[in-house]
Design a protein around this ligand. Structure first.
Ligand code: ADP
Ligand code: ADP
Length: 237
């Protein structure tokens, strides 16, 4: 489903982000990337939807190379890959509904999107996504009136309405308290199981990786130093 073949990324300033990574990630896996800051987790994640260009090797998503893809193909592939970040990137003064429905823009002609011509089906996807993260009652709340954990769940809903096959999450709980953290990860785990969505998320804590992952990948200095079951992951990175 996602294959890395000898992937390396050296930044223009000579810093190595990812070093010769080869991995196969299967549909429905819940992968947690762990490793110290600077280990290459974010770089590796971003090669999947080509927010970062690899300098060597190939990344395949559903058998299709994103590495050599045209910008048009990259746009289409990105439509099938949801992504969330440490910062929720919501429009605070807009409603939850408006923040989520923009996830549909990936699947609309630009002119329709710019006119805000969403369909009944688009709104139904918003309702479904919000119910999966337990925020149906916040449809018309302003995003900036929600807690951090709720805002991240809105961001998850926004990614879900893309109907992605893959969800990438770059330190999604780094700014959240422990209770919100568990709620966010529980929601993502449930969504992954219910919808068969492959999740790849970086997390700072090995304990969280052990709690939520189906498979843990440890990184150091751009390389993979651990790949195995959560119960075998240790802090010795
Ligand atoms: P992290 O905790 O994930 O390592 P950083 O603070 O290192 O976060 O990086 C924050 C942002 O700065 C990211 O977008 C990353 O790509 C960029 N960045 C990190 N290191 C460098 C660097 N040496 N030169 C330029 N940009 C960098
Ligand atoms: P992590 O997500 O594990 O913290 P990153 O992928 O952000 O690691 O960073 C891996 C290495 O690449 C670090 O040395 C970082 O400083 C460097 N790096 C990240 N982004 C950039 C960038 N845009 N330009 C230069 N170096 C970068």
């Amino acid at each position: 489903m996602i294959t890395f073949q000898n992937v390396s990324k050296t930044y223009p300033n000579g810093v190595v982000g990812v070093r010769d990574v080869s991995l196969t990630i299967n549909r429905g896996e819940f992968i947690v990337l762990i490793g110290l800051s600077g280990a290459g987790k974010s770089t590796l994640l971003r090669t999947i939807n080509r927010l970062t260009e690899t300098t060597e090797g190939v990344v395949l998503v559903d058998g299709e190379s994103v590495t050599g893809a045209s910008s048009r193909d990259v746009r289409r592939i990105r439509g099938t890959i949801g992504m969330i970040f440490q910062s929720f990137n919501l429009v605070g003064v807009s409603t939850v509904q408006r923040n989520v429905i923009v996830g549909r823009l990936a699947h609309m002609p630009a002119w329709k999107g710019s006119l805000g011509l969403f369909s009944k089906a688009d709104y139904a996807l918003v309702d479904d996504a919000l119910s999966r993260v337990g925020l149906s009652d916040k449809l018309f709340s302003r995003a900036d009136q929600l807690s951090g954990g709720q805002q991240q769940r809105v961001a998850i809903a926004r990614a879900l309405v893309q109907q992605p096959s893959v969800l990438l999450a770059d330190e999604p709980v780094a700014s959240l308290d422990p209770v919100s953290t568990d709620r966010v990860l529980a929601d993502v785990r449930a969504i992954s199981q219910q919808l068969g969505i492959t999740v790849i998320t970086s997390l700072h804590s090995v304990a969280l990786a052990r709690k939520w992952a189906t498979r843990v990948i440890g990184m150091r200095d751009g390389g993979v130093v651990f790949d195995g079951l959560p119960e075998e992951a240790t802090d010795a990175r």
